[in-house]
Ligand binder design. Structure first.
Ligand code: UDP
Length: 161
């Protein structure tokens, strides 16, 4: 019998993920990318860079008054980072779950921070925490037309009619 395939609505979102300098130093880039690929998300932007204090201060503009801010700036500029944009259904919420609690001591095993880190000041990875943050951060790190729009054949969730 012929089977009719229907596409279910998906929320196509994008989020910004940064492998922080400790993640790069510890050669965790591949393992972090693998987790996002195997979950089913699509990579639409990727670059490695030494982040400037100017860009970083814009990225963390809501944290400037925090006592840990100067050390955070020092940490994040201590070496190269890898910054990525991942796309897919509810990717912002899912990424936060995959990355885990800000403080690794409270992060669940199975999350990036829960599996690879010990201390809040060296927590390996950043993930946008809301739609507003994702839009702002992606624009900041990938200005202009740097992101790729490409079709992945398995991006649609399908079901029988
Ligand atoms: N951070 C820190 N000490 C703290 C809280 C945060 O060093 O007490 C750092 C940590 O690297 C964290 C970043 O500041 O990832 C940004 O903090 P935020 O509260 O936005 O957490 P996140 O969104 O990264 O989980």
């Amino acid at each position: 019998l012929p089977v009719q395939i229907k596409c279910l609505p998906v929320e196509k979102e994008q989020t910004l993920i940064v492998v922080k300098p400790d993640g790069v130093q510890r050669r965790l880039i591949g393992q972090i990318i693998q987790r996002f690929e195997q979950r089913g998300f699509k990579l639409v932007g990727l670059k490695m860079l030494q982040v400037s204090e100017d860009l970083l201060s814009q990225h963390y503009c809501q944290l400037t008054s925090k006592p840990f801010y100067p050390r955070l700036m020092e940490y994040m500029t201590s070496g190269p980072v890898v910054v990525m944009v991942w796309e897919g259904h509810k990717v912002i919420q899912s990424s936060r779950m995959m990355v885990g609690h800000t403080n690794p001591a409270e992060a669940q095993a199975g999350t990036v921070r829960g599996d690879f880190s010990l201390h809040v000041s060296r927590n390996v990875v950043h993930a946008s925490d809301s739609l507003e943050a994702a839009l702002r951060e992606i624009q900041l790190w990938f200005p202009g037309k740097e992101l790729l729009n490409w079709d992945c054949i398995d991006q649609y969730i399908t079901c029988e009619a």
